[in-house]
Design a protein around this ligand. Structure first.
Ligand SMILES: Cc1cc2nc3c(=O)[nH]c(=O)nc-3n(C[C@H](O)[C@H](O)[C@H](O)COP(=O)(O)OP(=O)(O)OC[C@H]3O[C@@H](n4cnc5c(N)ncnc54)[C@H](O)[C@@H]3O)c2cc1C
Length: 420
């Protein structure tokens, strides 16, 4: 049964993170927005220490964190796991602080999530250990290529096994990799690169490979200048005869047959991470609504709840509608992460939550700028920044259109080839 009460450990974490968001993120939001590609090391170092102190070096929930067993009244009780639910609250709160800065939080990000979703127990132990070390490390996941974004079957980066050395030789170029530079150049991080081991097999030939910082033949060639989330780097990465050990292929060390797995690994990653991306959009939406109401209140406009809708002003109706959007989007996120925690298939719910959060954060931030007029448009307040930060929620980890397709396929029980 889904419970709507915030579990106690999550509530405590959330309280602490709200303080971090208020004191270490908000005051620096504008600076890092205006100084793209400068790294917020104070925040990073603080978060690294804090995460180590609570034993959460990696932001991806590990197997142990999924099982909660406690002694209570002399009995050993089993509690439902809350790793992903906890992450959703954590990411929502940090994104409420600043979504660009949240994206540089050490701990592995999407890279660690991909290792968690596709790696064997040994691989998880080996590759995620770096996030527990003394210095902060970062992780990223690289799927997109110049001809391959929504259509992942068009992937060209290749991995060929050198039978003499038992190493994979990887060649290709990845673009738009969130945190790609920090993962490869600013610590002992890693990037999970999707490559094909059989170009004729389409998606079935895709496999995730761990590329560790310092791997020869791997180079960051470009950093994007972006509209929003400017505290986070978005990199192009070229792999030229980059050699990695055989075991850096995440999953079974056997070379699987064409018809097996492949894209399923990517989908498992997305099912886990899409609701979390949605949670970041919810954080930005909540920040926007709170500031909007504060600014309106300063101008003598206070929302009158509990009176008939026809007696409300237009602005009051707008704000209440925005609050409804926010709450309903958050409930979809909570359902999707609850399903991940309880190991229930959640492709439908994961994509639904992402579609809804992408729409909601875009609409709420746009409406807030509209309602506040010039005050929303200038840099005196963060409303215009959040408007720019919002749109990415609807682009990465599958665009709104692609996630709508996933939702439709799940509801209609169609395969990818039947509805595209
Ligand atoms: C800031 C930023 C960070 C990113 N971070 C990462 C990252 O860390 N790792 C990574 O691998 N990628 C990342 N991406 C890439 C992102 O995931 C892709 O941009 C996205 O998947 C869309 O792919 P595309 O750009 O090739 O657009 P296209 O696939 O060319 O799509 C263009 C438009 O057409 C629409 N469209 C495409 N196919 C269909 C269809 N069948 N039906 C209806 N509409 C369709 C899309 O929704 C979109 O609106 C990032 C992108 C940005 C901007």
């Amino acid at each position: 049964m889904i419970e709507f009460e915030i579990p106690k450990p999550i509530a405590q974490q959330r309280y602490l993170l709200t303080t971090v968001a208020e004191e270490m993120m908000r005051p620096h939001s504008r600076y890092f927005d205006e100084h793209e590609h400068e790294i917020p090391w104070d925040y990073i170092n603080f978060m690294h220490q804090a995460l180590q102190a609570v034993g959460a070096g990696s932001l991806a929930p590990s197997e142990e964190k999924k099982e909660i067993k406690k002694e209570e009244d002399g009995k050993r009780k089993k509690y439902p796991p809350i790793g992903y639910q906890s992450l959703a609250y954590l990411l929502e709160t940090l994104s409420w602080g600043d979504v660009g800065m949240y994206l540089v939080t050490p701990g592995g990000g999407l890279g660690a999530a991909a290792v968690e979703a596709t790696g064997t127990a040994e691989q998880k132990e080996k590759f995620l250990a770096r996030f527990q070390q003394e210095s902060p490390a970062f992780g990223a996941m690289a799927m997109t290529e110049s001809q391959c974004g929504s259509d992942t079957s068009a992937i060209r980066t290749s991995a060929v096994l050198d039978l003499d050395t038992n190493e994979w030789v990887i060649n290709g170029e990845k673009i738009f990799v969130t945190g790609g530079k920090m993962s490869l150049e600013d610590g002992d991080g890693l990037v999970v690169v999707w490559a094909t081991i059989d170009p004729s097999a389409g998606r079935a030939g895709m496999r995730p490979f761990v590329i560790e910082a310092g791997t020869p033949g791997v180079k960051v060639t470009k950093l994007e200048h972006k509209m929003g989330i400017r505290a986070s780097d978005t990199a192009s990465i070229v792999l030229q005869d980059a050699r990695v050990p055989f075991d850096n292929l995440l999953g079974s060390p056997e070379i699987p047959k064409k018809e097996t797995k492949g894209f399923k690994g990517a989908m498992a990653t997305f099912d886990a991470t899409r609701p979390l991306v949605a949670a970041t959009g919810i954080g930005v939406s909540r920040a926007t609504l709170e500031l909007l109401k504060e600014l309106l209140s300063q101008q003598g406009v206070n929302i009158r709840y509990g009176i008939p809708r026809q007696k409300l002003t237009n602005v009051e109706r707008d704000v209440i509608d925005m609050e409804i959007m926010l709450e309903s989007a958050w409930l979809l996120v909570i359902k999707a992460v609850w399903m991940t925690d309880n190991r229930k298939p959640n492709s439908l719910e994961a994509s639904m939550s992402k579609v809804r959060a992408g729409d909601v954060v875009t609409k709420i931030t746009q409406k807030a700028v509209e309602i506040m007029g010039p005050l929303g448009y200038t840099r005196d307040h963060l409303l215009e920044k959040w408007f720019r930060d919002a749109k990415i929620t609807d682009i990465y980890e599958g665009t709104g259109q692609i996630n709508r397709l996933v939702v439709a396929r799940n509801i209609l029980d169609y395969r990818g080839s039947q509805l595209r």
